[in-house]
Structure formats: structure tokens, C-alpha cells
Design a protein around this ligand. Structure first.
Ligand code: AMP
Ligand code: MG
Length: 401
């Protein structure tokens, strides 16, 4: 039996990233950049105003106070998007707006709320406060310099990073093609939701959750028909899915029961089984192997086991295929509001709920067939064997999303 870390290392070591393609920014959300991206411009590209107001020479306002206002003559208007062509001379100011380029000679902007108008002479403005140099100015290149790396290889294109790239003039990025992941469920007892449920049958539920998790991990899920517990049927379904996809995930039939055909079917079509059984709960009967350059993940059938082994052992592989730098996914700190006990001999990825103040507690029944606690849970907490974590312990929660 392998430890979680051994299993994960062995899986990751066997994976080559998928080929890289060019992706327009509009379609790049969630992708991982394959090559460093550099800014094409200084950001901001020029010194500009942070406020609606008046561009001034700060030294002109040195004597300004409420008692002795400084009067400056307005020599024009600098709207956003245009370059004001005159230079600010001593004793003058320019009407300016947020984002307008600073006129030559100006080194401060006074907010329009902070000035006084001369009702008899609208061509001049009264200033009653001093201004430190560069007050309310945004400086050229203060955000990023032209040529600087704005996304490193392996970084995920989040919404803020897409805005950053667009601002830097980037139209497209190089990113690995997303993996197509086939989802197969095995079991004579399984029925499609929406069809009648005869005695002894249950509705198939793993493909729905796995498809969502696969999509979250940047993959393209492809759902295949249910597979009966039969060696020949399992072989042909596996071979077809492995041919059509980059990776295939099966659930069920991977244990030691008489009806568990998945491993035999996989090796029977020429697959190389790299590992089987991982010391974790839920999810001990987990299998991993390769068929040609395609990946095979045999997940246990129980719903909690399937989703947990996806997060812990399968998602890292899908992320590695996309060239992601961080393949383990995010964790977040939470504080146990109740003790969390694992009396068993395997580490237990326990389902926990999270309250608004960051307090975590068991989501309820932790048996691997229980879906209600799975659905309630915000994520998983890794509890070592034969350990009770006390209330108040700070834990790393692995969120579902
Ligand atoms: P198995 O590993 O095939 O023996 O499955 C273990 C348990 O998980 C059994 O109770 C199965 O009925 C159940 N199970 C297997 N596959 C699914 C599935 N796709 N959806 C819901 N339950 C499943
Ligand atoms: Mg089964």
C-alpha cells in the first residue's frame, strides 16, 4: 500500500504536459500560461491624473492658505484620451479629469472639491492648500515597466490576471491544450437519473460530481455510458474512452470483489498498472496506470471516495498535464470549533462544514456512501491516523472550490 505522497509523486513523475496552443485572452480564463508573458508597455503609459480637478505646478501653491489663497489662471482643458499640447507656466493651471495625461510642467492635481471659484472672473481658480509634488498623480510605469514579466510560466489565468494582461496590451497567450477526460461508471446496480429504479438499483452519481471537479481543474469532461460488471464490456468501454480522451476516470469495480473487473480489463487491453491501493480514507482501492500515452485513474465507487480521490490524487495529474505550477490546489486556514477524531489506522480526509467566522466542524456521518454530509461540506481536512484534533486547532482546509 502506498502513502498519499508516494502515490502522488509516482503519478506526477509519469506525466508529460500536453501540447501548447495559442489562446485569445477571451478564451483563456482558467488556463495556465506555458511561457512567461511580458508587458508591451509601461503601465500607466504616461503620467496622468488620479482625480477630476486642476493640474498645477506644486511650487506655485507653496504660499497657499485659507487666508492667502493662490490665484492661478486656467489656460485650457485636458480631457482623457488627448495630450494637452501647451506647457504649464508659472501662475497657470489646467482643468483636468481622471486619466487625463498631465500637461508638461504640471506636477500635482488639486481635487475640484478643494478649490474656490472666483464668481466675477471664471478664468481663474483660487487654491487654499499647499500640494506636495505628485499629489493625485499616477506615474508612468509605477504599476509595471515595459518588458517586465506579468505572468510566469505555470501561472493560472484568473480574472484579475486577465485584466492585467489586457492592460499590458496582450492579445493572446501560449497555453497547454486542456485535457479531455472520459468519465466511466461501472456497476450492474447503476441507473441513469430520470429512469425508473428497479429493486436493487441505485442512481449513478459519480460522473456528475467528477465532471464538475474536472471542469474546475481546467479539463473537458466527456461522459460515457454506464458499464455493466462484465470483463468484455469493461474492456471495450475502456479502450474506446482511452482512444478518444487524454485521461480516463472509472469509478467502482476496482476493489477485490468478484465483480471488480476494472483492473483486469485495463491490463487486458495492454494498460500498464503503475499503482493500486493508497493508505487513505475514504478511497483505499485507487488504481493508476498508463495506456500508450493516455492516463487511467480507477477510482473507488462510493461517492465520497470517488470525489476525495479525485481531489487528492487525480486533480494534481490533470493540472500537471496543463503545465500548472501549483498542482496541489489551494488550501485555506480554518479553526476547529469542535474536536475532529480519526480513531482509524489510515489518514482520513474528513468532510467539514465552515461557518462565516472560519470555524470548521465535521459535516456529519463520514461513511463513504453518505452523500448528505458530502454535499454539506465546504471541503476536507486531513486528519492523521489515531489522532484527535482538539477544538481550536488551526487546520488547512482543502476546499471543494
Ligand atoms: P464497487 O467498488 O463497485 O463495489 O462500489 C462500491 C459502492 O459504491 C457500492 O455500494 C456501489 O453501489 C457504489 N457505487 C459504485 N459506483 C457508483 C456510482 N457511479 N454512483 C453511485 N454509487 C456507486
Ligand atoms: Mg461495483
Amino acid at each position: 500500500m502506498h502513502s498519499v505522497e508516494q502515490a502522488r509523486e509516482r503519478i506526477l513523475a509519469s506525466i508529460a504536459p500536453l501540447p501548447v496552443e495559442t489562446v485569445g485572452l477571451a478564451g483563456a480564463f482558467g488556463r495556465f500560461v506555458a511561457q512567461p508573458v511580458r508587458s508591451t508597455v509601461d503601465l500607466p503609459p504616461a503620467d496622468n491624473s488620479a482625480m477630476d480637478g486642476y493640474a498645477v505646478r506644486s511650487q506655485d501653491l507653496t504660499p497657499a492658505s485659507a487666508e492667502t489663497p493662490v490665484v492661478l489662471r486656467i489656460i485650457g482643458v485636458a480631457p482623457a484620451g488627448l495630450v494637452f499640447d501647451k506647457t504649464l507656466e508659472q501662475g497657470t493651471c489646467v482643468r483636468i479629469f481622471t486619466g487625463s495625461i498631465l500637461p508638461r510642467g504640471a506636477d500635482a492635481v488639486i481635487m475640484q472639491e478643494d478649490v474656490k471659484h472666483d464668481d466675477r472672473d471664471t478664468s481663474q481658480i483660487l487654491f487654499i492648500d499647499k500640494a506636495p509634488p505628485w499629489e493625485n498623480c499616477r506615474l508612468r510605469g509605477e504599476d509595471v515597466k515595459s518588458g517586465a514579466v506579468i505572468a510566469a510560466a505555470g501561472e493560472k489565468l484568473t480574472a484579475p490576471r486577465l485584466s492585467y494582461l489586457a492592460a499590458a496590451g496582450i492579445l493572446s497567450v501560449r497555453a497547454a491544450r486542456p485535457p479531455v477526460v472520459g468519465l466511466l461508471a461501472t456497476g450492474n446496480e447503476l441507473r441513469e437519473p430520470g429512469t425508473p429504479l428497479p429493486p436493487g438499483a441505485i442512481y449513478e452519481s459519480n460522473r456528475a460530481g467528477l465532471a464538475a471537479l474536472a471542469r474546475q481543474a481546467g479539463a473537458i469532461p466527456r461522459i460515457y455510458p454506464l458499464i455493466p460488471d462484465d470483463l468484455a464490456a469493461t474492456k471495450s468501454a475502456l479502450e474506446r474512452a482511452l482512444t478518444e480522451c487524454d485521461a480516463v476516470i472509472t469509478t467502482g469495480g476496482v476493489s477485490v470483489g468478484q465483480m471488480d473487473w476494472v483492473k483486469a480489463a485495463f491490463t487486458g487491453i495492454g494498460g500498464q498498472l503503475d499503482l493500486w491501493k493508497v493508505a487513505m480514507r475514504p478511497g483505499k482501492p485507487f488504481a493508476y496506470g498508463r495506456w500508450k500515452e493516455k492516463l487511467f485513474f480507477g477510482l473507488p465507487g462510493n461517492p465520497a471516495s470517488a470525489l476525495v480521490t479525485f481531489i487528492i490524487l487525480t486533480r494534481p495529474a490533470l493540472l500537471r498535464m496543463q503545465g500548472a505550477r501549483d498542482v496541489l490546489g489551494p488550501t485555506m486556514c480554518a479553526m476547529l470549533s469542535e474536536p475532529l477524531a480519526n480513531p482509524g489506522g489510515r489518514r482520513h480526509f474528513m468532510r467539514v462544514t465552515l461557518d462565516a467566522r472560519g470555524g470548521a466542524r465535521s459535516a456529519g456521518n463520514q461513511s463513504s456512501h453518505i452523500l448528505s454530509s458530502l454535499a454539506q461540506s465546504a471541503g476536507l481536512v486531513d486528519v492523521p491516523p489515531q489522532t484527535t484534533m482538539a477544538a481550536g486547532t488551526i487546520v488547512q482546509l482543502i476546499p471543494w472550490d
